[in-house]
Ligand binder design. Structure first.
Ligand code: NAD
Ligand code: MG
Length: 419
C-alpha cells in the first residue's frame, strides 16, 4: 500500500495524494470491489482479469444478482462474497458450493467486505447506500478508488477529513476528477486559479425545454458517449450528474464553488482541466472509457498497461466546447446552490435526486419534474431543516432520510404540477 499519502492541500487536510510520493508497491496487491456486478465493477474486473499475477481478490459485493456475483467470485477465487439482499444468503452459498469463498448477506456483510484487509478497494456501489461501506474501507486506512460520488456528496462535510485522519488514500475514479487528480500535480494550491470539469451535455444537449420536460426513460437512457449504469445515465441526461460532480470536486480537492467551472464538450475526450496562475491550463485526455481512470487508480502510484483504445485525435478531427445552460438544466444550478448553502444541503440535493430518479424510472413523474422535486425538497429543508455541520455517518444518513421522506411527500404535488 502507498504510504505517506496524507497531505495538506492548502490549509485543508486532504487524503487525495496530490503529489506523487511514490512508494514501492508490494508484488501482489489484494483488492476488493464493492459493486462488482455494476458498470464500474465490470470495468474494474476487466482490468483485474488482464493482470491476474499482480492482484488477488479479497472480497466482491453486489446488491441482488447472486448469479453474476458467484460467477465473478469463482473466476477470481475471491475469499469473501457479499450480497446486500438479506434473503439471498442461501442462494449465494449454493452458487458457491465447493469453493473456498465465504459468503455473507445484508448491509453488514457489505460493510464487512469493505473492512476486510485489502490494500485497494473500488467503491462502486450506486447511490448513498455506498457510504457506510466506503467509510469502512477509509477507516482502516486503505487506498480507496472512489467512483461512488453520491457517498461523498452525502457525507462531504467529514468524509475527506476522516480519510485523512485514518491515513487512507482517496484515488478519484470518476473520469473528470481523475483528470483533475492528474492535472493538479502540475502546480501547488497557491498557484491554482480554477478547475474545469467537462460534460458531454447528455442526450438532451440541444433539445428545447418543452421536449426535455416530456423526455421518456428510453430517451434519457441513450447516452451519446458513455455506457454506464441506469442511475448515472439518467443523471447525465438531467446534468444532475455534473452537479454531483461539482460537489464531488469541491469536497475531494477542497475547492470553493467559484473555483469549479463546467464546460460542455460533446466529444468527451478532455475530461478535466486545471488553470494555474501563469494561465497555463493542464488537461487530461482519453477515449470515453472508464477503464482509463480506473487503471490509473489501480496502478497508482505507477501506471499499468491499459487495454483501452489509443486516442486518435486526427480521426476524431474536432473537439468543440459550449457554456453550460443553467436554465434548461436547473440541476446544475441547484448543485452550486447546495454547495454554497453547505451543512447538509448537498446531502439533501443527492437524496432528493435519488428519490426523483426512482420516481421517473417508475413512471410517476416527468423528466422535467426531477429538478423541480430536488429544488422543492432543498427549499423546504433550507426553510425548516436543522442546518448543523454533519460530523458522522449517522448525521449524514439522518439528513438523507429526512430529505427522502420530504421528497416522497412532495412527489404527488410535483407530479401533478403543470409546467
Ligand atoms: P450500476 O448500477 O451499474 O452498479 C451498481 C453496483 O452497486 C452493482 O454492483 C449493484 O449490485 C451494487 N448496488 C446497488 N445498490 C446497492 C445497495 N443498496 N447495496 C449494495 N450494493 C448495491 O452503477 P455504476 O454505473 O457502476 O455506478 C456506480 C457508482 O460509480 C455510482 O456512484 C456512479 O455515479 C459512479 N460512476 C459511474 C460511472 C460509470 O461510467 N458507470 C462513471 C463515474 C462514476
Ligand atoms: Mg464523471
Amino acid at each position: 500500500m502507498a504510504s505517506g499519502a496524507v497531505l495538506w492541500f492548502g490549509d485543508v487536510m486532504s487524503a487525495v495524494p496530490l503529489r506523487n510520493n511514490k512508494a514501492a508497491a508490494s508484488a501482489v496487491r489484494s483488492v476488493t470491489v464493492l459493486g462488482a456486478t455494476g458498470s464500474i465493477g465490470d470495468s474494474t474486473m476487466d482490468l483485474l482479469r488482464g493482470a491476474r499475477d499482480r492482484y488477488r481478490v479479497e472480497a466482491l459485493t453486489a446488491n441482488s444478482n447472486v448469479e453474476a456475483l458467484a460467477k465473478l467470485a469463482r473466476e477470481f477465487g475471491a475469499r469473501f462474497a457479499a450480497i446486500a439482499d438479506p434473503t439471498k444468503l442461501s442462494a449465494l452459498k449454493d452458487a458457491l458450493a465447493g469453493t473456498r469463498t465465504e459468503c455473507g448477506a445484508g448491509e453488514s456483510a457489505i460493510i464487512e467486505a469493505a473492512a476486510r484487509p485489502a490494500d485497494w478497494v473500488m467503491a462502486a456501489v450506486s447511490g448513498a447506500a455506498g457510504l457506510k461501506p466506503a467509510l469502512a474501507a477509509v477507516d482502516r486506512g486503505a487506498s480507496v478508488a472512489l467512483a461512488n460520488k453520491e457517498c461523498l456528496v452525502c457525507a462531504g462535510d467529514f468524509f475527506m477529513e476522516r480519510a485523512a485522519k485514518a491515513g487512507a488514500c482517496i484515488l478519484p475514479a470518476d473520469s473528470e476528477h481523475n483528470a483533475l487528480f492528474q492535472a493538479l500535480a502540475s502546480g501547488d494550491r497557491a498557484e491554482l486559479v480554477r478547475v474545469i470539469i467537462t460534460a458531454s451535455g447528455g442526450p438532451f444537449r440541444t433539445w428545447a425545454p418543452a421536449d426535455i420536460e416530456q423526455a421518456t426513460l428510453e430517451q434519457a437512457l441513450k447516452h451519446p458517449n458513455w455506457s454506464m449504469g441506469q442511475k448515472i445515465t439518467i443523471d447525465s441526461a438531467s446534468m444532475m450528474n455534473k452537479g454531483l460532480e461539482v460537489i464531488e470536486a469541491s469536497y475531494l480537492f477542497a475547492l470553493t464553488p467559484d473555483e469549479i467551472d463546467v464546460l460542455v464538450h460533446p466529444q468527451s475526450i478532455i475530461h478535466g482541466m486545471v488553470e494555474f496562475s501563469d494561465r497555463s491550463v493542464m488537461a487530461q485526455l482519453g477515449a470515453p472509457d472508464m477503464r482509463i481512470p480506473i487503471a490509473h487508480c489501480l496502478g497508482w502510484p505507477d501506471r499499468i498497461v491499459g487495454p483501452s483504445a489509443r486516442l486518435d485525435l486526427a480521426k476524431i478531427g474536432q473537439l468543440t466546447f459550449e457554456a453550460p445552460d443553467f436554465a434548461r438544466f436547473p440541476g446544475l444550478r441547484l448543485a452550486y446552490e447546495a454547495l454554497r448553502t453547505g451543512k447538509g444541503a448537498t446531502t439533501v440535493y443527492n437524496a432528493a435526486n435519488e428519490v426523483a430518479v426512482a420516481a421517473f424510472i417508475a413512471g410517476k413523474i416527468k423528466f422535467g419534474a426531477i429538478a423541480r422535486l430536488v429544488e422543492a425538497t432543498m427549499n423546504d429543508w433550507i426553510r425548516t431543516g436543522n442546518r448543523a455541520p454533519l460530523v458522522s455517518a449517522d448525521d449524514a444518513i439522518s439528513v438523507d432520510h429526512v430529505a427522502r421522506n420530504k421528497a416522497a411527500a412532495l412527489l404527488p404535488q410535483i407530479a401533478l404540477k403543470a409546467t
